[in-house]
Design a protein around this ligand. Structure first.
Ligand code: 13P
Ligand code: SF4
Length: 367
């Protein structure tokens, strides 16, 4: 039996950081970055705020950032500007001498919180009772290290929104069914794209420990965990209807964490990197409604004044947990490294990491 909890030292932002101006914080951040040089690596997810992402040594989607952390052996200190599961992944993929920090421990992911390991163990027992050993588990990287370990131990792999199609296809070479955690939408959109009809997909409800499906149980090919992203669920069918009515020539591009209905009505969908590449390659004068997190959409609007870009939902907010990483927390992280305090270090339990890395490597060796 794995020990499912990890040890971590956390803290609350010291008061002194609240009274500093942005200019003071930026100047000190630059100074410490210069001082630490290659001993420091700051990966930043595309959903980070502009004032933070300007200090990232690399910006990327969750797959790119995982690959960069796995490849980096020089940095003794990795300050992950993103959310908790991303920092855990970085800790798992780096060596024992490298330390990973999350500037604010409250930067979680509401989707990752929708599946815990105890629910997963219960679901697995129930599903094995129903289907025997015919299921391979896949987990979106937006999940806890303990769930990644569970997946690794049971022959499965992690996926990101960049490689979900390839990984779901791979999973079907292993077993005849998949359990996809924790995002039902990415799982449904991906399985649908590779030709699995919606009638062959069931939903596992972890709150009531029950399988939701109409039809014959033996027809089920995909079991979707009933989780979702609380940011992307705010893009609706009505938003697509409104955009089509107001801007008939506008293309709609969304992240696959949006619901099946929204993805079906969009012109295109893909990971944050995919969306960025599409906009970068688009012709001047082209029009885009984007269905993803607002820090990224605003950045795309700012950096492409020659294109007409809007958010698919005009009242969208940023991902609030991504937004918890701000200049005071980044500076605090940097100063605590200089002072050898290791504040907010992410340390994944060794036993969990051993199994989780199997799931991550099955993915990384295929993409
Ligand atoms: P990407 O895989 O596109 O980076 O997305 C991660 C994420 O959390 C989206 O909500
Ligand atoms: Fe999690 Fe959604 Fe925020 Fe991505 S946008 S980090 S899935 S809550």
């Amino acid at each position: 039996m794995l020990q499912y909890f990890e040890e971590q030292k956390s803290g609350t932002l010291p008061e002194k950081y609240r009274s500093l101006t942005s200019e003071q914080m930026e100047a000190r951040i630059i100074e410490i970055k210069e001082q630490l040089g290659e001993k420091l690596f700051i990966p930043g997810h595309h959903y980070q705020r502009d004032d933070v992402i300007q200090f990232a040594d690399a910006a990327g989607d969750s797959l790119q950032l995982a690959q960069l952390c796995a490849a980096n052996e020089k940095a003794e200190h990795i300050i992950f500007c993103g959310v908790h599961f991303m920092a855990e992944t970085a800790d798992i993929l780096t060596n024992d001498k490298q330390k990973v920090y999350l500037p604010d421990m409250r930067a979680g992911c509401s989707m990752a919180d929708m599946a815990d390991i105890f629910q997963t163990d219960r679901a697995w027992d129930a599903l094995e009772n129903l289907f025997g050993e015919t299921i391979v588990p896949l987990t979106y990287v937006n999940s806890t290290a303990a769930i990644k370990a569970f997946v690794g131990k049971n022959g499965g792999a992690t996926v990101t929104s960049s490689n979900a199609h390839a990984m779901v296809k791979w999973a079907f070479t292993q077993k005849e069914r998949i359990l996809f955690l924790p995002d039902q939408h990415l799982g449904r959109n991906t399985a649908y794209d590779i030709g699995i009809p919606l009638e062959e997909m069931a939903v596992w409800d972890p709150i009531h420990d029950q399988l939701e499906h109409e039809g014959a149980i033996e027809d089920i090919k995909v079991i979707l965990w009933k989780g979702h992203c609380s940011v992307h669920e705010n893009f609706t069918v009505q938003n697509t209807i409104d955009v089509r009515a107001e801007y008939p020539d506008m293309r709609i591009i969304v992240h696959p964490e949006c619901s099946r209905e929204v993805v079906a009505l969009a012109d295109d969908n893909g990971s944050t990197k995919y969306i960025i590449d599409k906009i970068n390659d688009a012709n001047p004068g082209s029009q885009w409604a984007i269905g993803t997190e607002m820090n990224l959409v605003n950045r795309l609007i700012q950096s492409h004044p020659d294109k007409h870009i809007i958010s698919l939902n005009p009242s969208m907010c940023p991902c609030l947990t991504m937004n918890r990483i701000d200049l005071p927390h980044l500076l605090w992280s940097l100063e605590s490294i200089v002072n050898e305090e290791n504040v907010n270090q992410i340390i994944v339990d060794k036993k969990i990491a051993e199994n989780a890395i199997i799931a991550l490597e099955r993915m990384l060796e295929r993409v």
